[in-house]
Write a new protein. Structure first.
Ligand code: MN
Length: 415
């Protein structure tokens, strides 16, 4: 496929992608958007120009909104035809390519649009589904001999996170303060975290509400998933280590999480499906699944000090996940827990098998014992004030490239 938009071939936002987000256009007007090449497209105006008139179920201009929720909740019967329509409209010699007036009113250079929080997120859950990450953390926090706890290979371990503090790329995060108990101290002190960390994750967004008592099967799960984004699950390791027993993560996690502004649909990721890892021991019946449920999505994280150059500190891949999204959603609802449209389900830190592919500083520096050198000559055990952490994700196969762009966050000092 070739688009009439210049230089859209080998970018994250190629014609094979068609992601969805929400933008502030020319600093004055908010609408749902898509992106092709370096052009952000105002979907509310495109709707008013009649380009979606014959799409069944799209009776209102749901793009005239501050979030994607109303659009997503229409379900795949509507969101899929809309994506296909946009793809057709962006092709060479399409009707839109000859409609200069509409192009003038709907297409904006990316630097004229500020991307904002694309979703209202009712609930957020964080899983722990990378076997490499769970093994590394088990070694660091507990027992190197029994790194994986007995339940880990029988169910996708997770916890309920905090939705209120999820922010979009570009929003600064303040270093959190909390209770910290140094190893050799008898009691904790209160102060800024000394071990601020990122967690490289992907998250999926669901497109419906279910009733309490209803369980989503692994077979049905992907129908419920609108799309995915990059997720940075900020963590304060010293606060976490002291507070987490026995009920799990709390203030070491809920001070902030950052997401990329574009939601990439599951349909755009179809070409990048790969086989899921063999699960041994065999899982219970409700966690069994058919088909390729993992996705080959390349991931990287860079750290840029204030006024400095970025150093890429890790490269990982979403295909490493032991538990897939269908299993996560099936497990989450097997007890009758209801889901809500716009909910976010994060993968857990995505670590690869080698040291250069770990998804957190905790693992990369082995809890600070092996600092990472940056290009400016400084070193990092964890993230320092004024550092900007950027995560990127994209998939590629032959001439097809589909990417997520980035989530980029600057850390500012504790007050
Ligand atoms: Mn996490």
């Amino acid at each position: 496929m070739k688009s009439f938009i210049d230089n859209a071939e080998n970018t994250d936002f190629s014609i094979y992608n068609i992601p969805f987000g929400v933008g502030v256009f020319n600093r004055e007007y908010i609408a749902c958007a898509t992106k092709i090449g370096n052009q952000v497209v105002d979907l509310a105006t495109l709707y008013d120009e009649g380009y979606f008139d014959d799409i069944e179920g799209l009776d209102d201009n749901v793009f005239e909104a501050y979030t994607l929720n109303a659009f997503i909740e229409l379900g795949k019967e509507v969101t899929q035809p809309v994506r296909i329509r946009l793809q057709e409209l962006f092709l060479e010699n399409s009707k839109l390519s000859k409609d200069e007036r509409t192009i003038e009113s709907c297409f904006y250079d990316e630097d004229k649009v500020q991307m904002i929080m694309p979703l209202h997120i009712p609930n957020y859950t964080d899983f722990y589904s990378s076997i490499e990450h769970a093994t590394n953390v088990g070694k660091l926090f507990r027992d190197p001999e029994n790194a994986l706890l007995p339940n880990w290979k029988h169910l996708p371990v997770g916890y309920h996170g905090r939705a209120s503090s999820i922010v979009v790329s570009g929003i600064e995060i303040q270093r959190p303060k909390g209770q910290i108990k140094p190893k050799d101290a008898d009691s904790p002190y209160f102060g800024p975290t000394q071990q601020l960390d990122f967690e490289l994750e992907m998250a999926f967004v669901v497109n419906r509400n279910t009733q309490m008592g209803y369980s989503i099967s692994t077979q049905e799960a992907e129908e419920c998933i609108f799309g995915m984004l990059i997720f940075n699950d900020w963590s304060a390791r010293d606060i976490q280590a002291w507070e987490y027993v026995p009920l799990g993560p709390f203030l070491g996690k809920n001070f902030g999480s950052s997401i990329s502004p574009w939601v990439v649909t599951l349909e755009a990721l179809e070409p990048f499906r790969v086989a899921s890892p063999q699960q041994d021991p065999e899982v219970l019946e409700y966690l069994k699944f058919e088909g390729n449920k993992n996705f080959d999505i390349e991931l990287e994280v860079g750290i840029r000090p204030e006024n400095g150059e970025e150093t890429i500190v890790t490269k990982s891949n979403f295909k490493h996940m032991y538990w897939n999204m269908a299993q996560q959603l099936a497990h989450h609802t097997v007890n009758g827990c209801n889901i809500e449209s716009g909910d976010l389900y994060a993968s857990g830190t995505i670590s690869g098998p080698e040291k250069g592919s770990y998804g957190s500083m905790l693992e990369l520096t082995w809890r600070g014992s092996e600092p990472i050198m940056l290009k400016d000559g400084t070193s990092r055990k964890f993230i320092e004030d004024m550092d900007t952490v950027t995560m990127r994700a994209f998939a590629r196969k032959g001439e097809i490239r589909v990417g997520f762009g980035e989530v980029s966050t600057k850390i500012i000092p504790a007050l």
